[in-house]
Design a protein around this ligand. Sequence first.
Ligand code: SF4
Length: 446
Amino acid sequence: MFFKRNKIKTVQDLKNSKAFCMNPWVHLFVSQKGTVGPCCLASWEEDKTFGNVNTQNVNEIWNGEKMRAFRKSMMADKPDERCHQCYLNEQNGLRSKRKTVNFLYAHHLPLVNDTQRNGFSKNAQPVYWDIRLSNLCNLSCRICGHHSSSSWFEDAKALGQTNYETKIHKGPANFEALVKQLDNVIDNLEELYFAGGEPLLMPEHLFLINKLIERKRFQVKLRYNTNFSQTNFKGTEFLEVWKLFDDVFIHASLDDSGARGMLQRHGLNWSQAVLNRKKMLEICPNVDFMLTPTISVFNIFSLPQFHKSLVEQQLIKIDEFIPHVLKSPPYYSIQILPVHLKEKAGKLIQDHIQWVIDYARLNPPEAPKEEHIKKWGGNFDLMGIPKVTGHGKLDIQINELKQCLEFMMSGDKSALIPEFVRISNQLDALRGEDTRASLPELAELW
Ligand code: SF4
């Protein structure tokens, strides 16, 4: 018996939905605790997730009671408290993961229609994986922490910011065994998303890539969040490997250039990152690249210049830059700035939006790839992004910059300035750095 109260039958229903998300029909998210949840944004705690791959078979979890209950809520378009981050973003006009997933996976809507009354889906398979392999990382970025970077361990201990006793913590304790359980899905896999830690340094990532090569699954979309500090691992140059795949998307988490960037992302060698990008343009120019800076108090003032200079150096195209606003930890948020600095930053961002629009008018960005237009072109509206230039990626960028301004002005967290100063002083002392000297525009916060 199918679920009669299913409210999501058509692409139009998807568009009108308030809470529905395609994830429980397509997505496998495994956290660094081994828990399986709706996605990376929802809580990773045992009591809020569907199961744990370190104690259960993943196939049991996929159609288990908790997953089925989540599907039923989604089909009724009923909000789920674990998804509050998406609802909040939508209320604030920010990009939501829910809308992005619904846009990218709308072609799997028939799976929703043939889901049983109890939420059981015979045909749904986890074709889009986000398995958090471990926190192994070679950088210790200020905005990050030991939860996502092993290099943070000593500093986090000194600051009393970690409960872990070991430097490295893994998601699936036995990754090869997990992949074996998912063997029947590999031939239907559509997307692998790697995030960290730093995925390019992880042996599990290499294992999975080799498995895809062995099975000739070059159609699988590979998507990375990488710190872009190195592109090779144990003799494998990933720039060469990515050439083999049809669709690779690199999101490089770089926030600023030179000494400014290296303070914010401790351990980064900026010249090496530039070299990596040049090599990438030479070896695999067709691989999609996107710079994805996190906008925080550290880089709000330099972000426009950072974007401009990379475009001018032809390291990126105008639309290969999508920032997002940092919300946590709150003492690094742009909302801590005093009013006169917010106004200064606001003017810089507004001028930059105008620069982007003017630049794109004279140098229109390339049209999306034909296969992307074929697959998603008609559904772009599902993302809910206002049209400014008519170029999808650029409109997302502009929307993100505008929302950054709104976010900054919508809250006053200036009471957290002493906390910002305290943590910065402690990290400066631990790392032999000097935030005030590297980022002089923030010196007055001291
Ligand atoms: S609605 Fe948002 S938080 Fe919930 S599963 Fe979908 S993408 Fe994740």
